[in-house]
Design a protein around this ligand. Structure first.
Ligand code: AHG
Ligand code: MN
Ligand code: MN
Length: 337
């Protein structure tokens, strides 16, 4: 006889989890909890919009380009507005850096708080219309001085982040979060509209069997990357790896954390600084992967140690299982000498 699914009377929701962590932290005011609640709301609405995009005419382009010259989709605009409006009304944030806004977004004094949030409201936009997984990414910093919001406040290195997370709108919606005490994963239960803890203290395998890179750019890579990927396919160098590349960083990084392996977006001759953005793609993911026991480097130094010089700065990135990242780093070093 099949068992009747049980309904818990003591569910660990994301809000409850963050509240418990807040109680453990010294001098906590509850602002971070409030901020994360506002992000949860934005993510829940984006998730709902993603699920209904085909029905509510949310597929397709918004007929404009963003600061990076990329085509903006209707869902990019909706997600960006949601993040901005929810964060502003949380009374916890003084300024924001968004992929979709050329300049910083300042919060008026009456609504202002002590945090700075950098976000990519909708990651993997090219996958919206074909229903492949997409996501949202955010990193949270503290404003450490009394100065008024300015772009320079958005230029803190990743190692100053107090929290980072991503939402993945995949076969289910999950939110993966770190506040610097490990990484936890929460799944959206649509029946109650709450994120429920499903995996605590996630750990990335020490080594994986998958490499993830846009291999169409092989001719534009540096020799070290060509050699690394060639080795991963060469049976004389060990069991060949599998290749996976969704083209949504959130999906590719989430798989890398769950199954192990490496995600790479190196520099190319077309993108001499890399493509992915340091402040709202590379840094939050680097914080999460590092907290899960993996590594994230730009090929020279840990991503989290890079001091940004502009809010939309790009960076190459190699991230994933410790041994896999060490292996590509060793090859890069060898080629540099
Ligand atoms: P976004 O949709 O926020 O612009 O990000 C797209 C990014 C990232 O998600 C992905 O890893 C990468 O672009 C894919 O780029 P390529 O198509 O050059 O491989
Ligand atoms: Mn992105
Ligand atoms: Mn985006």
């Amino acid at each position: 006889m099949s068992k009747i699914p049980s309904i818990s009377s003591d569910t660990m929701t994301l809000t409850r989890h963050v509240l418990a962590q807040q109680k453990l932290a010294k001098n906590a005011t509850g602002d971070l909890t409030q901020l994360l609640t506002s992000i949860q709301t934005a993510v829940k609405v984006v998730s709902f919009a993603v699920r209904k995009a085909g029905i509510t005419q949310l597929f397709g382009t918004a007929e404009k380009t963003n600061v990076q010259g990329e085509e903006v989709k209707k869902l990019d605009v909706l997600a960006n507005d949601l993040f901005i409006n929810m964060l502003k009304s949380s009374y916890t944030t003084c300024m924001m850096v968004s992929e979709e806004n050329e300049n910083i977004i300042e919060v008026e004094a009456e609504q202002s708080g002590k945090y700075i949030v950098c976000f990519d409201p909708l990651d993997g936009s090219s996958n919206i219309d074909c229903l492949a997984s997409i996501g949202s990414i955010f990193g949270i910093y503290r404003k450490e001085t009394d100065e008024a919001p300015s772009p320079s406040l958005g230029l803190q290195p990743g190692n100053k982040m107090v929290a980072a997370g991503y939402a993945l709108y995949g076969s289910a919606t999950v939110m993966v979060l770190t506040t610097g005490n490990g990484v936890d994963m929460f799944m959206l239960d649509p029946s109650i509209g709450e994120f429920i803890l499903i995996e605590s203290q996630m750990k990335i395998p020490l080594r994986g069997k998958i490499y993830s890179i846009n291999e169409a750019y092989e001719n534009k890579w540096e020799p070290a990357i060509k050699e690394y990927v060639k080795n991963k396919k060469d049976p004389s160098k060990g069991k060949p790896y599998g290749a996976r590349y969704v083209g949504s960083m959130v999906a590719d990084v989430h798989r890398t954390i769950k199954y192990g392996g490496i995600f790479m977006y190196p520099i190319t001759t077309d993108a001499p600084k890399g493509k992915l953005r340091l402040q709202y793609e590379c840094n939050p993911m680097a914080f999460i992967v590092t907290q899960a026991g993996g590594l994230a480097t730009n090929g020279k130094i840990p991503i989290l140690d890079v001091v940004p010089t502009s809010i939309h700065e790009r960076s190459p990135i190699f991230l994933g299982s410790k041994e896999d990242v060490e292996e590509v780093q060793a090859l890069i070093n060898q080629h540099a000498n």
